[in-house]
Structures are given as structure tokens and as C-alpha cells.
Design a protein around this ligand. Structure first.
Ligand SMILES: C[S@@+](CC[C@H](N)C(=O)[O-])C[C@H]1O[C@@H](n2cnc3c(N)ncnc32)[C@H](O)[C@@H]1O
Length: 211
């Protein structure tokens, strides 16, 4: 009962605040400004990416959690382009195969229960020339001490942060899903605790498998 109250009435507001940390907002801008035309964003959250889509005309905002999406509604109404909310999960995308030029994920892959299934779906819906744009917190690539802490704290983090995993090696999952990284940068986000501070900023395309 109390947990449900926390999840439905408190967590969405915490998320909305934390995700506006200045260093994260700067990375949203860098990731999203080059995107044009039609885009699918998975885990749309409270709509914090809207101001950074420079040349988008249609945004498919996939967000499964109605309590979180509620906090996006006002931003969606004021957006200067068309936004269609899709209440669905990334593990089963309601889009045709090879139909999209751009898919975006900002700090969403950590929360998806079946990550490999979701990556297979993103791969499926992207056109052969399409791009997956992402920025995510990751399993620390070097520090064994932080890696251990991430693994230790992930069960608690999942409870307090709506399924968020601290210890996912996103690059490995992407390569396994047959993406190639055409842009890749690891960085430490200012203002974020050490266990979730290491981030991967990347653009990925479908590996072209020779016939
Ligand atoms: C940490 S929040 C990030 C929100 C937003 N992308 C942002 O940058 O502020 C993770 C988001 O992923 C969503 N999410 C969780 N599981 C998901 C799934 N299976 N498919 C799509 N989105 C999911 C959550 O509801 C939440 O909105």
C-alpha cells in the first residue's frame, strides 16, 4: 500500500526533478539537436527532451507508465511539433519492420525488464540506414570497486527507482544485438552519485551483415 503510493504519487515527481540535473540536460541537447523528421523515443518519461528536438516534425512518445506520463502532458501540449503518446513497452514496439529513421533512448535502457528483447525490437523497426541515439548510465567500465557496489545496490535501486539497473554493460548489449557504434563516448555526469555517474553517449546503426 505505502509502496504503491510511493511508486504512483512520489516517484514520478522525484524522477522529474533528478532527470533535470544540469549535466543531463546538456547531454540531451547534444544528442537530440541533429535529429530531423520522424522519431520514436522509448521511455518518454516526463517529456524533458521536447525542447531539444531541433527539426523534428513527428515524435512517437512511447511511455508505458501512465503516472509518469501525466507529468509530461503539459509539455506535450506546448510542443511546437506533433507528439503521439504510445502507452506500450519497448519489448514489443507497435511499428512496422524497417520503418523508422531515428529511435531515441535517454536513461531508459536501465529500466527495461527485458533489455535484449527491447534492443531486438529497436533493431527490427529501424531502417537499414536508421540510427539509434542514446545516452545511458552504465556499469563502470574500469573500477572493480564501483562495479561491486553497483551489483550490490541494484536490487534496492530496482525497488526505489522503478526497475532501474545500475550494473548494465550497455555497450556489450548493443554489440550483442548487432548494432555498431558510429559514435561513442564515456563520461562522468556532474551532480550524479558515483554509482550511476558513468555514462555512455552513443549513436548506433545496424551492422550490415554480408550476404
Ligand atoms: C529513468 S526514466 C527516464 C525518462 C526519460 N527518458 C528521461 O530522459 O527523462 C526511465 C523511463 O523508462 C520507462 N520504462 C520502464 N520500462 C520500460 C519499458 N519496458 N519500455 C519502455 N519504457 C520503459 C519508465 O516508465 C521511465 O519513464
Amino acid at each position: 500500500m505505502i509502496y504503491q503510493f510511493y511508486q504512483r504519487r512520489i516517484f514520478p515527481h522525484l524522477l522529474n526533478q533528478v532527470m533535470q540535473t544540469a549535466s543531463l540536460m546538456d547531454r540531451r541537447r547534444e544528442l537530440l539537436l541533429p535529429i530531423e523528421g520522424e522519431v520514436l523515443e522509448i521511455g518518454f518519461g516526463t517529456g524533458l527532451n521536447i525542447p531539444f528536438y531541433g527539426n523534428v516534425d513527428t515524435l512517437y512518445a512511447l511511455e508505458p507508465n501512465p503516472d509518469i506520463y501525466l507529468l509530461a502532458v503539459e509539455r506535450v501540449q506546448q510542443a511546437p511539433f506533433f507528439i503521439k503518446h504510445i502507452q506500450s513497452s519497448a519489448e514489443k514496439l507497435p511499428f512496422a519492420t524497417a520503418s523508422l529513421d531515428h529511435v531515441v533512448s535517454t536513461w531508459t535502457l536501465c529500466s527495461i525488464a527485458q533489455l535484449d528483447q527491447a534492443l531486438a525490437e529497436i533493431y527490427r523497426v529501424l531502417k537499414p540506414t536508421g540510427t539509434f541515439h542514446l545516452v545511458e548510465h552504465v556499469k563502470h567500465p574500469d573500477s572493480a570497486k564501483i562495479q561491486s557496489l553497483q551489483t550490490l545496490l541494484t536490487p534496492i535501486q530496482k525497488r526505489i527507482a522503478d526497475g532501474c539497473h545500475l550494473n548494465r554493460d550497455m555497450e556489450r548489449h548493443l554489440l550483442q544485438a548487432k548494432f555498431k557504434l558510429i559514435e561513442k563516448q564515456y563520461f562522468d555526469a556532474e551532480g550524479i552519485p558515483a554509482i550511476a555517474q558513468k555514462m555512455l553517449f552513443a549513436r548506433a546503426q545496424k551492422l550490415q551483415i554480408p550476404h
